[in-house]
Design a protein around this ligand. Structure first.
Ligand code: T46
Length: 136
């Protein structure tokens, strides 16, 4: 399975507006143990610059937009989140950076595990070593 992909959510709407439901096991492929959100990000700020060992996450720009840079140790790809009907699912060894936050951006992230600093790889060279080790 790919280590990251965009998931399209069904928008339920009527004359009052729109509604999207995220349901564990239905449109989110993991058990949700934690939710956090990033907002009021200052202009020009870049965040992330780490990978995770075990964590699975789904990031949704419920308002505004931002760009994820995703790096599997071999190639880097940019994915811009602009719409609350799309979630970016990330699992496995993926280095991530986030940038180009619009001033109104609210980025909600659903996570498969409780917060654990021990799950972070915050050094890029260490990340590359982990990618090589995972191939053995
Ligand atoms: C990720 C990207 C997309 C907590 O105490 N609990 C939490 O659940 C989180 C997520 C963070 N923190 C603390 C740790 C730091 O002192 O909040 C501070 C900021 O976290 P960090 O610098 O890791 O934030 P980002 O935006 O660089 O990364 C976050 C997530 O940490 C990370 O898992 O994949 O968003």
């Amino acid at each position: 399975m790919a280590n990251y992909r965009l998931i399209n959510f069904k928008t339920l709407g009527d004359e009052r507006g729109s509604l999207i439901a995220i349901e564990q096991g239905y449109n989110t492929p993991f058990e949700i143990k934690r939710v956090y959100y990033i907002f009021e990000t200052k202009a020009e700020v870049e965040r992330g610059f780490h990978a995770h060992i075990n964590l699975k996450q789904m990031a949704i720009a419920v308002k505004g937009s931002c760009t994820f840079v995703l790096d599997n140790g071999k190639k880097r790809e940019e994915i811009k989140l602009t719409n609350p009907n799309q979630g970016l699912f990330i699992q496995g060894l993926i280095w991530r950076e986030m940038k180009d936050f619009s001033t109104d951006c609210v980025l909600i992230v659903l996570a498969s595990e409780h917060y654990n600093e021990g799950d972070y790889i915050r050094n890029y060279d260490e990340f590359l070593k982990e990618v090589e080790n995972a191939k053995k």
